[in-house]
Design a protein around this ligand. Structure first.
Ligand code: PLP
Length: 368
């Protein structure tokens, strides 16, 4: 029998979340962000499940884009950090990858290459995140320069990224949106220039801040991007369920400790279930005793430190617990966001850290 630590991936919920994004953004097109192995969900499987819906996909680098091509994905793939070399520009032109252009070195690459087929580019503008992109006063020149290059298609998109859209009380999102709109205004054909702004948080929380192309990532996977509870995020359905099984059950008496460092001590006679999942499976080592875990669907509490391959759970209050019983670490009824909050991080990090030894199992309703 296989090791029971598995990540079940519900492709119907994935499509539900994609459709939700679609329904919230009017006429804007929804590019599915599948970087970092689709936030740990499996880039090819996720893209295949969305390929009848999504007009394009977005990834962080060309290796990720090529993985989609090898997996049979035919849509354009946007490289969110653009090309890192002239070779990559050439590959992009052959493979129909779209290039973010965020610095002058990338412009030189486009000047230096001779392409059979021109590439589509997106100009990244720094509207306040101060991480990537051109300064506001450079945009007109950059736009003109790129437009003049034979290597570049006419349909240049102008994009920016939000710093604080996860906080609906923060005014920066509106300021960045206005900033981008004002920046393209003086450009010659500004009426026809397509803009790209919305990430998941903007799609769910900022109806005015989308542009013509939106770029949802985390919401496709059913996790809320917000720092506080948000009604719109309640419509998302979790895609990943991280599961394993009980592999041992024992009683400890009051005063006995459990696990490395003996950090958890029973204050009554307690039943401890050992579960086959640990930090080697992406379950964070730093979650404290008391973190919730579902055993046979019932909320129980972690007891003692997370090991590489195992955790220990206090199941004293459950009736019958046996080897082979099902344990859920996050998923429906126990949001990944809640576990992330226990270790002062975000669901994004937990999801992208699930290693390959956890097998992904894909589920969907059989279509007629
Ligand atoms: C990762 C990424 C996104 C997706 O962000 P989410 O918060 O996951 O929706 C969108 N745009 C860019 C540029 C990104 O790097």
């Amino acid at each position: 029998m296989a090791r029971p630590a598995v990540a079940e991936i519900n492709l119907d919920n994935l499509r539900h979340n994609y459709q939700l994004a679609n329904s919230l953004v009017g006429d804007a097109q929804v590019i599915a962000v599948v970087k970092a192995n689709a936030y740990g969900h499996g880039a090819v499987a996720v893209s295949k499940a969305l390929q009848d819906l999504a007009p394009a996909f977005a990834v962080a680098c060309i290796e990720e884009a090529l993985e989609l091509r090898r997996g049979g994905i035919t849509q354009p793939v946007l490289l969110l950090e653009g090309a890192f070399s002239e070779d990559e520009v050439i590959i992009a032109s052959v493979e129909n990858f779209w290039l973010m252009v965020d610095n002058h070195k990338q412009i030189s690459m486009l000047q230096n290459v001779t392409l059979q087929q021109s590439v589509s580019v997106w100009i990244k503008v720094d509207t306040g995140m101060h991480r990537l992109g051109f300064q506001l006063d450079e945009v007109a020149d950059v736009y003109g320069e790129l437009q003049s290059l034979s290597a570049v298609n006419d349909d240049i998109v102008v994009a920016s990224h939000f710093a604080c859209a996860d906080d609906v009380s923060n005014e920066m999102t509106q300021a960045q949106t206005e900033c981008l709109r004002n920046t393209v205004k003086p450009l010659p054909n500004n009426e026809s220039i397509l803009l790209s702004l919305g990430n998941s948080a903007a799609i769910l929380g900022w109806p005015e801040a989308q542009g013509d192309w939106v770029r949802p990532g985390i919401m496709l996977y059913g996790c809320s991007p917000f720092i506080h509870a948000h009604d719109e995020a309640k419509r998302l359905k979790p895609v990943m369920t991280l599961k394993s099984q009980v592999i041992a059950v024992r009683d400890v008496v009051a005063g006995e400790a459990v696990g490395y460092g003996a950090t958890w001590t029973a204050n009554r006679t307690s039943k401890i279930a050992t579960v086959a999942i640990g930090y080697g499976d992406g379950y964070p080592r730093t979650v404290p005793s008391g973190t919730p875990v579902l055993v046979n669907g019932e909320r129980c509490l972690l007891a003692g430190r997370v090991s590489m391959d195992m955790i220990t759970v206090d199941v004293t209050d459950l009736e019958d617990v046996e080897i082979g019983d099902e344990v859920m670490l996050w998923g429906e009824g126990l949001p990944c966001e809640e576990i992330a909050g226990q270790v002062d991080t975000i669901s994004y990090e937990l999801l992208t850290r699930i290693p390959t030894r956890v097998s992904r199992m894909y589920f969907e309703e059989i279509e007629e």
